[in-house]
Design a protein around this ligand. Structure first.
Ligand SMILES: [Zn+2]
Length: 129
């Protein structure tokens, strides 16, 4: 059963309240991108076997980004979060948080041997290499 809370004169679910809090950090356009990414199933969890190590990837306009709750490999995170300190996270991180809350994350299992290949692809997508 979904718990409800009171927000700005309305009763909303805990999920909606959480999503509102996550999106409040971002500019409007980025909020829309975050919602589209989460609802569009663009957040993936990769589980490596047999190590059980996991990574979260969010597919964006320029490719896949490596994402945690506090870090993203995208250029926007580097510029607006780390350099300019304009905000605490990018839309990819918001998408991951929303997708987790709504159980919208697809999990792929791959062998540990794929780890370097996936990291290299992310680095290329983010123009790090
Ligand atoms: Zn990002």
């Amino acid at each position: 059963m979904t718990a409800l809370s009171f927000h700005r004169g309305s009763i909303i679910s805990d999920e909606a309240s959480y999503i509102f809090e996550v999106l409040r950090e971002l500019p409007w356009a980025s909020s829309i991108k975050a919602l589209k990414a989460a609802l569009g199933m663009k957040v993936r969890k990769v589980r490596f076997k047999p190590s059980n190590r996991t990574l979260h990837l969010v597919s964006g306009v320029t490719g896949d980004h490596l994402v945690t709750d506090w870090y993203c490999s995208c250029l926007d995170f580097y510029v607006r979060v780390l350099v300019r300190e304009e905000r605490n996270y990018c839309y990819h991180i918001a998408a991951k948080k929303i997708a987790e809350k709504l159980n919208l994350i697809i999990e792929n299992k791959v062998t540990d041997r794929k780890y370097p290949e996936i990291i290299l692809k992310v680095a290329r997508d983010d123009n790090i290499l």
